[in-house]
Structure formats: C-alpha cells, structure tokens
Design a protein. Sequence first.
Length: 240
Amino acid sequence: MRVLVLGGTAEARALAAALHGRAGTTVVSSLAGRVRDPKLPVGEVRVGGFGGPVKLAEWLVAERVDAVVDATHPFAERISASAATASRERGVPLIMLRRPGWTPRPGWHPVPDLAAANRAAADLGERIFLTTGRQGLAVFADTDRWFLVRCVDPPDPPLPKRMHLLLDRGPYTLEGELALLREHRVDVLVTKDSGGPLTVAKLDAAEALGVPVVVVARPAPPDVPLVATVDEVLAWLDQR
C-alpha cells in the first residue's frame, strides 16, 4: 500500500512514524512549504503545493497512491477541499485526521473569521496578542491598537501599524506565556481554535490573568470520514 499523508502537523508526523517501516506500506508525506524550516517527518517527503484538485488527481494516479490521509492543520481549507475532490474523482480512499478543538472556557468570545475577530478585539482592549499565524494579518492593519504578533516565519505586509513581532515556535510553557502577557501588558488574546497541547499554555495563562480570548472557529471540513487519532487512521488503513 502506498499512502499519501498531507501533513505539516504533529499528528501527521506521528502517523508517518507509525507507517514507516510497516511491511508492505510506503508513506509519502506532503508539506505545503509555507514554513521555512519545517519539522520533517520520517520517510519520503515532498514539499510544495499540487496546483489544485485536477493536478492532485493526476499526481495520485501517476504515483499509484492507494490511500490519502488529510492530516493538515484544521484551518488548511484549500488543500483539504482539493484532496476531497481529487480523491473522489479518482476513487482513492481518503480519511481526515483532525485533532479535537479546544473546550470553550469562561471569558471566551467565539467568532466565525478573522474580520469578526478584529471587531470583537476592538471592543475588549487596546493591547492585542495575535496568535493566528502570519497569514491574514492584513485584516488588522487598519487600526491604531497595539499588537504583539507571534508566528514562525516573518509575515508579509500589510501589517498592523503598531506591533511587536515575535518569531517563535511551540510548544510553550505556562510560565513563559504568563511572563509574556505580563511583560507586554496584553489585555486581549486572539487565536484560532487549532486544538492540541502544543499551544494550549496561552489559554491557561489568559484564564489565570483574566484576559479575554477571541477564538476563531474552525472551517467546516469536507464531507469525508473524520477521525481524531493516529490509531483510528491505522485501523482504517488496515481495512483497506
């Protein structure tokens, strides 16, 4: 069996490690290439986009792929939609591996998108901690509020006019996040509902300090089988 893992997440790396060396199984991990120095999974790796669902469908046939696992970030809408379309067109089984979202807490303000997050944050404070990634920052560029922006790679303009850029990669500690919020006098945290333990410390810190949290909801996934653990993916592949 030849398995394509659409990756870039900790779950995708764990899955690649579980599949690597399995008798009769070859795993190819595909990364979008948006992070300059990504954490690489074991096994064969390809970097870069496919060029849309048609090109991805052609790639699946050319590479003789027997199954696809979409283990991308919960907000990677485009590649998930392309994978669903391409797999359906070519009759290649597809399953989506998604870590569960975070459980809502007191002081959270759920919003549907970044534009709504910008409006909600404006009503909650003047010093905003943005942890939504380097894409989409243009939404926050038309305000005089101050932003602490944390991302892995430097973002492209347009950017908030008043901001401090922090280039860093999780996992983070509660002590470190508490110190960061205090040092920069943050009074609002804006994040996406990414889920998982790697970045949950910021939520614990915000709750401890009484900082309101604006949470951008996940986009709806495509209509494909959906599981939450690597073991469930392995069981699904065994059934193939």
